[in-house]
Design a protein around this ligand. Structure first.
Ligand SMILES: [Zn+2]
Ligand SMILES: [Zn+2]
Length: 602
């Protein structure tokens, strides 16, 4: 039975046997046929839903191979986002509006997703500006990996006074009288930023469910249908997966999620993975919610912090023996793993370990991968290829390319990361966002970076030789990412037999100007033949979604609806207790890794 037909579209299939088509048919959640209008309309049956593609570009649903969506969903409805906002004046106006509707004791928080370089003013707000806009409501603004800005009300809410000592590794800026000014610096690591954020109110579980649904719908609006979740700090298995599991049980996931497990305990990593390998196996689950192995944290001693304002961290000699024990266990259990590694020096040492383990326990087609790999050398690309690994890249340079160039020079930046060299070596390469704490979750921003090589501030990073064409870029965010969840051939193309995940775009990705790529979005997103997002001409097809809760949620303004102006002041500050681990200060380099990377810390 044909459930759905789309006709009259400009389809990019990514199937080399039939690169373009105008129509597709879906049966039982999979593409049944792809072809021209006449061929496909012949498959129409009485109950078939027929959608006119209106000559628009239709692409396979986008796949993000590195995002922290499970954790991000728990907080999404609490966050004001400056993703894509091009002026500080606009950003501050959004902030002022949000302050007006946010009831005590709630905070207004902007947690990453932007950089000062994207603003025409090229600067962050001053603390005075924050205090003027929000004299009473706590405001917390996180900028990349390097700083947080708190107004006076937030300092009060956190209990920071002149008697508060600097936490290990972080700096509380103080005025002449010793009072905190509201500027927190990640110097040399970001623990202070995330420990401070963790003091803020969280949503009760029922609202975390709704919040996750809203975050997924936001990704659907951008054409995303699949993601691989890279775990995260304070994202403990199995406790902190209750919400996403509940959504899966209710059949309310509008994204396919493959999730990796991330150790939370410095020094106890092996015990975590020993426990988990007894609880769950890679591939457990179904096409919508499945387990995908270990990482991106395998051992804290192997994690390098990627703040390009700061020098590269030197990892401790304890890294190799600790990493070897964990990787040996994973290889023996046939668990795919992913390892956060920014710098070539880290990758060299990790590969020494992997090669040693592989001599005893052959990897034999296991899909292990390196994440980020910004400064990887050709030699290490070849070593990854020889061991059958893959590399997941993200657009972090778009946010901090200016700082990288300042520290290492423009020439070094030209191959940071060396995407074309990776592709030439034949290594599986996929792209993602690493959202939400630092980078934006918008995959079109990634596509724009891959094609133009420009930062959000407009700096050109790469020569032609490290850029890719639009089709290659699209493959990096669709079919090539299927390798990273061991699902090649199952998704990423519009091809008979594959999962029927696709998006019809508001503008034509292959025709818009370079500087418009980042503004694209979907007007119709379909997951397994089911509509999960509709807007514009397809607005009527959008499935219902309860309004974002709480009623002052910044998400309400973002989706066009005005927030309520009379929110009830009830105590929702800490409906569920939050574990906040102490910083692992016994080992300076583990400390960097523990909480330095935005993708891990709260
Ligand atoms: Zn990472
Ligand atoms: Zn990450």
């Amino acid at each position: 039975m044909t459930d759905l037909i789309v006709h009259g579209a400009a389809i990019t299939t990514l199937d080399p046997r039939r690169p373009t088509a105008t129509a597709l048919a879906v049966r039982n959640g999979r593409f049944f046929a792809v072809g021209d209008d006449a061929e496909i309309m012949a498959l129409r049956e009485p109950h078939t839903r027929v959608i006119d593609g209106r000559k628009r570009r239709l692409i396979p649903g986008l796949v993000d191979s590195h995002i922290h969506v499970i954790r991000g969903g728990l907080h999404y409805n609490l966050e004001l986002r400056w993703d894509g906002v091009r002026s500080l004046a606009d950003a501050m106006e959004m902030l002022a509006r949000q302050v007006e509707v946010t009831p005590a004791p709630q905070w207004v928080r902007v947690v990453g997703g932007f950089t000062e370089h994207q603003f025409v003013e090229r600067r962050l707000p001053t603390l005075d500006e924050l205090n003027r806009v929000a004299p009473e409501t706590p405001v917390f603004i996180l900028h990349l990996y390097d700083r947080a800005l708190l107004n006076r009300a937030a300092l009060r809410a956190c209990g920071y006074t002149k008697d508060t000592p600097d936490p290990p590794g972080g700096q509380i800026e103080r005025d002449a009288r010793g009072e905190p000014t509201g500027l927190l610096l990640a110097r040399p690591n970001a623990y202070i930023l995330y420990a401070t954020l963790a003091k803020g109110p969280v949503l009760p579980p029922e609202q975390q469910i709704g919040s996750t649904r809203h975050f997924m719908r936001e990704l659907n609006r951008l054409g995303v249908t699949s993601v691989i979740d890279a775990g995260g700090g304070f994202q403990s298995y199995p406790d902190d997966y209750a919400i996403v599991r509940e959504l899966a049980a209710r059949d309310e996931l509008t994204l396919r999620i493959a999730y990796n497990l991330f150790t939370q305990r410095s020094g106890e990593e092996l015990a975590d993975f020993e426990r988990w390998t007894k609880m769950v196996r890679p591939g457990d689950g179904d096409d919508t919610f499945r387990h995908n192995g270990a990482g991106e944290m395998l051992v804290f001693s192997a994690a390098d912090f990627e703040d390009f304002r700061e020098p590269r961290p030197e990892l401790s000699p304890s890294m190799e023996p600790q990493l070897e024990r964990v990787v040996r266990l994973l290889a023996e259990h046939r668990w795919p793993w992913r390892l956060h590694a920014t710098y070539d020096e880290t990758i060299t040492r990790a590969l020494d370990v992997f090669e040693r383990v592989s001599r005893d326990v052959p990897f034999d087609g296991l899909h292990w991968m390196i994440d980020h790999a910004e400064t990887i050398s050709d030699r290490n690309i070849d070593r990854i290829a020889a061991l059958g690994g893959g590399i997941a890249v993200q657009h972090r340079m778009m946010f901090q390319g200016e700082e990288f160039v300042r520290r290492y020079g423009a020439e070094a930046a030209e191959r940071t990361p060396p995407i074309r060299a990776m592709l030439a070596a034949g290594v599986p390469v996929g792209a993602g966002t690493d959202a939400t704490r630092v980078a934006s979750y918008n995959p079109w921003v990634v596509l724009s970076w891959l094609v133009t090589g420009r930062t959000l501030g407009g700096l050109s990073l790469y020569r032609e030789s490290n850029l890719v064409d639009r089709e290659t870029a699209l493959r990096l965010l669709t079919e090539r990412n299927a390798w990273f969840s061991s699902e090649e051939g199952k998704k990423g193309r519009v091809e008979a037999g594959q999962l029927a995940d696709f998006a019809i775009l508001a503008g034509d990705y292959f025709a818009v100007a370079d500087d418009r790529i980042a503004e694209l979005e979907s007007v119709l997103t379909v997951l397994g033949g089911r509509v999960v997002h509709g807007s514009g001409p397809y607005g009527a097809l959008a499935p219902p979604l309860p309004p974002a809760a709480p009623d002052w949620s910044p998400v309400r303004t973002r989706s066009g609806a005005a927030p309520a102006t009379t929110a009830r002041a009830r105590c929702v500050a800490h409906p569920t207790p939050r574990r906040v681990a102490p910083p692992p200060i016994d080992d300076a380099s583990a400390f960097w890794g523990a909480l330095g990377c935005s993708c891990w810390a709260f």
